[in-house]
Design a protein around this ligand. Structure first.
Ligand SMILES: [Zn+2]
Ligand SMILES: [Zn+2]
Length: 143
């Protein structure tokens, strides 16, 4: 799906049906960049095209994780000041991941994130990448 904010084609992390109406079915497309869009697939014979234009997502269960993922993507591209920004961002990530279940048989997301954030083996860009990956898993887990 094309992300209207990023203007590029991005992979979907998850899709969730959020509504069904006379004009068709609305799905929440949760993209890898951290943005999410609602798009309605019109039912055959529906007279309106309006539903085809994606609208911005407002799903409560992913809004915080999405914002953190967007910030994390920015952090991954930043050249300066990432160490300072990482401090605040990673703290919020740990709070957001707390309580989100991981796939069965894997350590909890917050535990993996804590380990990744504290690792003395990796530098800040690697930690950002690790936490971004965990945010992606979190979005998939709650979808
Ligand atoms: Zn995007
Ligand atoms: Zn949504």
């Amino acid at each position: 799906m094309n992300c209207k904010t990023c203007g590029v084609q991005t992979k979907e992390i998850a899709t969730k049906t959020t509504g069904r109406g006379a004009n068709g079915q609305t799905k929440c497309h949760r993209l890898e960049c951290g943005h999410a869009w609602h798009a309605t697939t019109p039912t055959v014979g529906a007279l309106t095209d309006d539903g085809i234009t994606p609208t911005s997502c407002g799903c409560g269960e992913i809004v915080i994780v999405n914002e953190l993922l967007v910030a994390g993507r920015r952090l991954a591209l930043a050249k300066e000041g990432i160490d300072e920004a990482f401090q605040g961002w990673s703290k919020q990530v740990l709070e957001a991941l707390d309580g989100i279940p991981a796939e069965s048989g894997t350590p909890s997301l917050v535990r993996s994130a804590t380990t990744a954030a504290k690792s003395s083996m990796s530098d800040t860009p690697k930690k950002v990448a690790a936490l971004n990956a965990l945010l992606v898993r979190a979005i998939a887990a709650v979808s």
